[in-house]
Design a protein. Sequence first.
Lengths: 368, 368
Amino acid sequence: MFASRLDRARARMEADGVDVLMLSVGSDLPYFCGYEAMPLERITMLVVPREGDATLVIPGLERARVHERPEIFSVAPWGETEDPIAKIADLAGAADTVAIGDHMWAGFLVDLTNQMPNTSFRRASSITSPIRQVKDAEEVARLRKAGAAVDRIATRLQRGEIPLVGQTEAAVSAELGRQILEEGHDRVNFAIVAAGENAASPHHHAGERVIRAGEPVLCDFGGTMIGDDGIGYCSDITRNIWTDDRPDREYLEAYAVLHEAQAAAVRAATVGTPCQDVDRAARQRIVDAGFGSYFVHRTGHGIGVEAHEDPYIVEGNTQPLAHGNAFSVEPGIYIEGKWGMRLEDIVAAADDGPDPLNRADHHLAVLG
Amino acid sequence: MFASRLDRARARMEADGVDVLMLSVGSDLPYFCGYEAMPLERITMLVVPREGDATLVIPGLERARVHERPEIFSVAPWGETEDPIAKIADLAGAADTVAIGDHMWAGFLVDLTNQMPNTSFRRASSITSPIRQVKDAEEVARLRKAGAAVDRIATRLQRGEIPLVGQTEAAVSAELGRQILEEGHDRVNFAIVAAGENAASPHHHAGERVIRAGEPVLCDFGGTMIGDDGIGYCSDITRNIWTDDRPDREYLEAYAVLHEAQAAAVRAATVGTPCQDVDRAARQRIVDAGFGSYFVHRTGHGIGVEAHEDPYIVEGNTQPLAHGNAFSVEPGIYIEGKWGMRLEDIVAAADDGPDPLNRADHHLAVLG
């Protein structure tokens, strides 16, 4: 699998005139070689010449963490007092064009630019993203498994099996994190819990605010499930709960709009449809209902080995959906000082129609 | 405080010929303005001209997360379909030299370089690190508080109050993580639990290996405590436990060497001493005892708002320690296939002598 992925990367390098691909921290590295770099001041770099063998440059003290795959790469550890930048530049030779990992620390790119002044650097995603964003059946199955795991947690929230009223947002967030791990993820990526007016901030940080009866709570959570091959796939879901049995009428009306907008966008996500049209499908319903100015973000993001990746479901992205694209569909309505709501599923585009990977109930959960 | 820190940064920019400082994800941003950027594909950037006002460019949907400080910076949100790179370049004007956040994603530096082809980029740490690495009394107090919190956890480990035998490394790691949060940290940075032969890998990832009676366990853990000002300070400690009352003689002999080496390095960490001499103080003892080739890493790293920062306690770093430097002293001995051991405290250099911020017992904890 890794060999085939690297072959595809090399074919793209050939087509794009890239001499060397360099991958460091981030999700490209595990995707292409099964190893994940620690985000530390000690640099790790997979150096992939268009022709010739790949080399994984690693800090010596992390050598034991590397599952060696001699058919894919050789390992070049560097010692604590060696200069790894010189080592990497040496492996790259006189490359005109290097595609460099998008999530590598910029400081290392400054160092490499100083060491390789005649080399032009571009984003590695120009090579890796077209490959990564088309998931094969095995990858979709892994995303589905991660999705089913967070669905079970969402269902517990909706049934009132996870205490909300009287708890702080932070305590509920910690409990969601615990359940994310218990349900088979290896990593918690986020667990947003936003009560009442706090939900008007889409990326609210769960805090000491105590959840009360008679208000809405937005929960947006997900993690990464890492397989035996070292590659992790992500989950991401958002559901909304009203904490007693008397939901506010204005909130309910907005929720009905959101629910229909989200469903419309999922239906629109057919193979061949430009990404921006999926955004428009959700947005049009929300605009028509008069909430347009309260839907302050794009409709979604791709998901796979990374929680956010291509394709983005946003106005201006004319890329047509392909079989195997996986992405979130998550419109929201946010009214400052009052409340916010967002409804999110992961969806895989497929030749026989949009394939939702989350199945937890989409209605507002009304407790009590 | 933020204003004074930015003043010091601007003075350094003046001295170093830097026109604009740009800070994004990482610890520089909260240190200089109290805001921490989310590590996402939506860029956040504090743009600080040497003369003139600073501007915090943020994704519009994160605006509610910003604690506005108009005396320090103005806020410039960008919309989902705007180009933030153009906005940032515009704020930078015709800068010849930009110092760019070391931990920003390299992909954004590629974009900025394309947008600003005549600008030379260098590491922001050339400006920020000399400021950050000298902690004032309040910062040392915060590091001491975080250190005392992990000391309490270490003491529980040493007293056998945290179950080890029969548990998986991963379960103990999760429990340490839970206690790190319970003891007042806001974030778990790592919780290495390495049993027996696994400890020979310094950065071992706690896994499904079940801890047995009659073997050593290395625990290295720490987190970040975030204050009301949005700035977090880190803890980091390593202790070793033998899981029954009959420790192996060879291990005990090595541990005695390690214990003495660590204490010698702490004693050596006086103001004015070059960092590499602290490394040498530890290393010499270990070399003399015949374990030199098993001490495979530097002696330590600076610590503060970031878990690893300047100054590094490593051969080749001739920088003399200054009052207010804070760093780890953590020699180790690693024998592949057998065991590994590391003993770590955080130490603040002070005019009246080295000030250890960890006080948990340094002896091998022998259970049972």
